[in-house]
Design a protein around this ligand. Structure first.
Ligand SMILES: [Zn+2]
Ligand SMILES: [Zn+2]
Ligand SMILES: [Zn+2]
Length: 88
């Protein structure tokens, strides 16, 4: 699981929006991003024994997630991460 800010212009998560903050997803039209300030929890997946499975662990905000992709580490993401850590 990861926290992302979804772009309200195209519906893709923040990490598809590249260094210039333009969306790089598939055929998505390039546009300035309009990221929702409220982060959203979305499922992420890992390879386990050659099978793709749901990764239940919530990744820490701000950490490197995939090559070239760093998760958002804003205050709101940290807050939600901390809340879930307490609840778990
Ligand atoms: Zn977008
Ligand atoms: Zn997009
Ligand atoms: Zn954030």
């Amino acid at each position: 699981m990861i926290l992302t800010h979804r772009c309200t212009a195209c519906g893709h998560p923040d990490y598809f929006h590249d260094r210039d903050n333009w969306c790089s997803h598939g055929n998505c039209r390039r546009h300035p991003p309009e990221l929702n300030p409220e982060p959203e929890l979305i499922p992420s997946f890992v390879m386990r024994d050659g099978v793709v499975v749901l990764d239940e662990e919530l990744k820490m905000p701000g950490q490197r997630w995939l090559p070239g992709v760093r998760l958002c580490g804003c205050e709101r993401c940290q807050e939600i991460f901390a809340d879930r850590a307490v609840a778990a």
